[in-house]
Ligand binder design. Structure first.
Ligand SMILES: Cc1ncc(C[n+]2csc(CCOP(=O)(O)OP(=O)(O)O)c2C)c(N)n1
Length: 626
């Protein structure tokens, strides 16, 4: 039998995919408080109209002229105090919304602008009624989203529920106003027959504002939360009750505020739950300078800092967990430690392993910066919450009026597993060939208290997360994780040092070379820049691309630059090391203040990968819960 041709093969139920996609978005909007959809007739918008017919919670008002429709929606939004959705077909239709959108912007009224569109392959090719609708409303809207053309994937549909929810919330947020969502749809737009799970007559008997009959819901493989609105800026009633029992706190990157570590540790102690500390969070090394040294081991002292009264008695186990990434690689631990809820501060976890372990668990996202860091779209789960609250206030409120912890053994289970893993790692590294893991351990033990470490993307930050653990002296770890680029690393390092915080750099060889002009800034660096030369982008050795034809040339891209000469040309000092003792000597010189020092660490990448993969196997086989 001939193999299907991916270029010509038709997807028979694409109209149903479109319909499910639109339903997911509407479910999110409804959950966010939208009750009314004002629509102007058109073809491309058909999937949304079909979806709206299947959602009796939505009132539908058709108005021919889009300009008039938009002003009508504006009036509705003002009078009802609710967000109102507008729908138009592709082309000039949405442009007619413009004056009303400008008015809604200045008046702060929540219009949700849903413009149907042609798919990307038709844009710019002379297709009828097709133009660039991207950011059509410019500065007049609070935000713009284009989720792309529908795909048949429950995980992606969940993203649409979350998007609907988010858009409705943004419209009613701190600065209420219009929000634009552009929705490309591929043909066919009308299902040829009933979609899977749908009776043939479903959705036929609906007219303006009429309630459709209650029907079974064949589309609902994702669920919107029934609460409006999504952003809660006061402590929701019953939150304490929700945070009962087996939960966990995750502190991600970028949650630094003076006093936050003490508050969150108090909160964790009161709830009886662990705190998983991302390396880029100030929790990992308690880098808040007010803690000074030695606070990690004396958790009771930390938990009473700034607080008046303590919640942790002397000798309480620290709830700080740093080996979570390895822990969840052990199947038994991953099962036993899976929480019932996650209270998250800062940005989403770096680790894919962790991200893949947490989905499906209700998320309470404390997000005063409105970042919506929720790549798994857990905010779409029924018991999730998005809280626009000050983290310290929230933690202190929970710490002073906690629910009774349902399971007193929960935290003990975590801390036992963490301790077991820490000693497993130490014993393993004691006999393993020298590689980045040992180098990271030296950095953690040698960088002076209160200084910084900039970890580049790719393997350095991942390996650091695996091996660093914590220590008894503050250390601030930085990383450009906003976009995780390998660009600008040296220049960023120079900037950190120029700001007055002595900061050591840890970079891969490609990241180093990507920022050649940063070498101009490196001469005055007061701390070393460590360049891990493992022969190109070794992260790809761990990814599915490994072994593809042309892998070396097209993915790993090894480089053959003479780095010693390069450094010399820029007036930098260069030391090349390839074993533990030479490395330690170079590091000591760099930390003692030798300016403009580049330490090139030669790594045997094959051996290093063996060490890392064998450790994973060891972790998976060991009883960490005993
Ligand atoms: C600006 C930019 N271009 C491309 C990428 C894709 N990318 C991610 S990791 C990587 C390889 C990095 O190699 P290196 O810095 O030597 O680190 P290693 O993988 O060896 O740890 C590349 C090209 C990126 N993240 N940022």
């Amino acid at each position: 039998m001939a193999a299907p041709d991916p270029l010509t093969e038709d997807t028979p139920d694409r109209a149903c995919v479109n319909l499910r996609w639109a339903l997911a978005l509407l479910d999110g909007l409804i959950a966010g408080g939208v009750e009314h959809l004002v629509l102007s007739p058109g073809s491309r918008s058909t999937p949304v109209v079909l979806a709206a017919q299947r959602r009796p919670a939505l009132m539908l008002t058709p108005i021919l002229d889009e300009r008039s429709a938009a002003f009508f929606a504006l009036g509705l939004a003002r009078a009802s105090g609710r967000p109102v959705a507008l729908l138009a077909t592709s082309g000039s239709g949405p442009a007619h919304w413009y004056p009303a959108v400008m008015e809604a912007n200045e008046a702060g009224l929540p219009l949700i602008l849903l413009s149907a569109d042609r798919p990307p392959e038709l844009r710019g090719w002379g297709a009828n009624q097709t133009t660039d609708q991207t950011r059509l409303f410019g500065v007049q809207v609070r935000d713009f989203f284009d989720p792309g053309a529908p795909v048949d994937d429950p995980g992606v549909r969940r993203a649409l529920v979350a998007l609907g929810h988010r858009v409705a919330a943004l419209g009613q947020g701190r600065r209420p106003g219009p929000v634009h969502v552009n929705l490309p749809f591929r043909e066919p737009l009308v299902p040829r027959a009933a979609c899977e799970g749908e009776a043939a007559s479903d959705g036929e008997n609906v007219s303006d504002g009429e309630k459709a009959p209650e029907a079974k819901d064949p589309y609902h493989d994702v669920h919107a939360s029934p609460r409006p609105p999504a952003i809660l800026s006061r402590l929701p009633k019953g939150l304490q009750e929700r945070l009962r029992g087996r939960g966990l706190i995750y502190c991600g990157p970028d949650n630094s505020r003076p006093g936050f570590p003490a508050a969150v540790l108090r909160c964790a102690a009161a709830l009886g739950v662990p705190v998983l500390a991302d390396p880029l969070s100030e929790l990992r090394f308690l880098s808040d300078p007010r803690f000074g040294q030695g606070t990690r081991t004396d958790f009771a002292q930390v938990a009473t800092t700034n607080s008046g009264q303590g919640v942790a008695s002397a000798g309480s186990p620290s709830p700080l967990i740093t080996r979570y990434k390895s822990l969840v690689r052990n199947p038994a631990a991953a099962r036993a430690l899976r929480p019932d809820w996650v209270l998250r501060f800062g940005r989403a976890p770096i680790s894919r392993t962790v991200l893949e372990w947490l989905p499906g668990i209700p998320l309470i996202l404390v997000d005063p910066a409105e970042r919506w860091s929720d790549p798994a779209h857990d905010l779409a789960l029924p018991d999730s919450l998005h809280l626009d609250l000050d983290p310290i206030t929230l933690c202190m409120t929970l710490a002073t009026s906690p629910p009774t912890p349902a399971d007193p053994d929960w935290l003990a289970l975590w801390t036992r597993a963490e301790a077991c893993l820490a000693s497993l790692a130490t014993n393993y590294l004691a006999q393993a060939p020298w590689c980045e893991a040992h180098l990271i351990a030296d950095l953690v033990s040698q960088i002076p208290a209160g200084e910084g470490l900039l970890c580049a993307n790719s393997l350095p930050i991942r390996q650091f997360e695996t091996w660093a653990g914590t220590r008894n002296a503050p250390l601030t770890v930085f990383g450009n994780r906003g976009l995780s680029g390998i660009d600008g690393q040296l220049s960023t390092l120079a900037g950190h040092n120029a700001a007055g915080l002595p900061t050591t750099g840890l970079l891969g060889d490609l990241s180093f070379l990507h920022d050649l002009s940063g070498l101009l800034l490196a001469r005055e660096l007061p701390r070393p820049c460590i360049l891990v030369n493992n022969g190109g982008g070794r992260i790809f050795d761990y990814l599915p691309q490994h072994g593809l034809p042309g892998f070396e040339r097209l993915w790993r891209t090894p480089q053959t630059v003479d780095l010693a000469n390069l450094c010399q040309a820029f007036g930098l000092k260069h030391r090349r090391v390839s074993d533990a003792s030479a490395w330690r000597a170079a590091l000591a010189a760099g930390l003692a203040g030798e300016r403009g020092l580049i330490i090139e660490v030669m790594i045997d990448a094959y051996q290093s990968q063996k060490v890392h993969l064998q450790f994973r196997r060891r972790v998976a086989e060991t009883d960490l819960l005993g």
